[in-house]
Design a binder for this molecule. Sequence first.
Ligand SMILES: [Zn+2]
Length: 559
Amino acid sequence: MRRVLATAILALAVGALSYAQQPAADLILTNGKIITVDDRFTIAQALAIKGDRIVAVGTNQQIAQMAGPATRRTDLRGRAVVPGLIDNHMHLLRAGTTWANEVRLDGVDSRKQALDRLAARAKAIAPGEWVYTIGGWSVDQFADSRAKFSRAELDRLIPNHPVAIQESYYRTYLNSRGLDAFGIKDGAPDPTDFPKGSIVRDASGHATGIVEGGMGAVRAIAAKMPRVPDAGLEASTLAMIKDMNRAGLTSFGVAGCDANLLTMYRKWEAEHRLNVRIFCIDGIGAGTPEQVDRALPRIAEIKLFQGSDFVDNVLYGESVYGPLHDPMFDSTSDPKPEQLAQWRRLAMEIAKNRLPLHVHAELTHTIDGFLDQIEAVNKVYPVKNLRWMLAHFNQSNAAQLARMKRLGMYAAVHPWNVINGGIMHDIFGDEAYEQPPLATIQASGIMWGFGSDGSAANQYMPFVTLHYAVTGKMMSGLKVMRQTIGREDALIAYTRHNAFFVFQEDNLGAIQPGKLADLVVLDRDYLTVPAEQIRDIKPVLTMVGGRIVYDANAVIATK
Ligand SMILES: [Zn+2]
């Protein structure tokens, strides 16, 4: 514990002016437990906001002096406040194209409740329309039963709609109408667009409704699910953003920023109604040596940091050279020297142009291969201070962390086990308990931050991930990870470190004077609630740039 009462530090921040001499605040929040996540992990009682920024943090008495006649005041009644949570890697823009059509199961810990949600969706739409989910969950998160969904069960529940429930990126459950829609018939050969053997049949050749086969099969189905129509895209995306704010999320590193979708976010920014901050991770696709030839001059033309503190392009990634992009759920990789040579050509150009890099690096041989190349690049163009980070990082180890530390690199950690703990145990055996090796990463001393890699590969809710980091458990209580860490370190990885990862350390990641007023009021204290209850913590109010974007029960009242 590194708690210090705020007075000494704040006196510095306010400079020569006393609290009473500063311009009156627009809003003051008092009588809370402000978990500032500054670099001393200071706990304060109160804070003051003017415009979109925090202007002071301190004791109730200090902050009370900043009230003028027009200042709104809110009594937090002892509630905990944390900085707005930042996910360093979420496929957020893409998720908006299906969000309103999907039955999302993020954070649902009961199989019965999942079935209820599916049935409710069927009732709400016309017969014949798809009831579907594109990942973000697995049966192992359910506390009541982890049984797979059966065709007969889904037929009984939803007889009049095709159903496709994608479990992470691993398998899909179809009902009879769903099987029909894909031309999967009892007693007939499998359609050729599915990997061989992926359609699971019983001894008599009857399709069970379960489609296995990992990403290949899953994507064949997901590609046919109806995107929201253009006319519904704004509403779908706004509903998604509301869900993110409800979960306490205010900023994202976004892997793959589709330019057309980004236009919509920029429009909302101009209208002062964008409720999340978007920091894009994007690159130039290259999958052959010829494509690398063509990519190199384009890398030299990339201009980052042309945007704002709401929407910006900040990182190259998440893939550098296509053939070395490890598919999720592959158990091992075998990067070839000629592939790594192409990867190095691209990385050399990225370093030469002093671009930051956030690269998908998952399996241990691939991570070693990338580090070999980065060490070679580093001799020509030092990468220290470029903010190069390996992302996902599930199968990493202490030796790799030591190499990264020497290079001045960072880790963007995306613990797929939060929903995939059971699946990953099937694939990796007991090694899955060390994926990712959170305690080893923490002990290495390199800066690291949390991301979800949602919305298909993982669930998006930060307190579900924080519960996992502290207890090693999925929502169901299933223990899936041995390398647990402390609550403070876990929270720092969701806030201050991620602010650095999206180049917003001067604006975000801590509750401090001068930073943007992105914060979350919680229904219970993250630092003292029993560890098993961290998953149940609910934001009651979320603020972005001083604007309330979510308020569960009108916490902020004008007095
Ligand atoms: Zn990835």
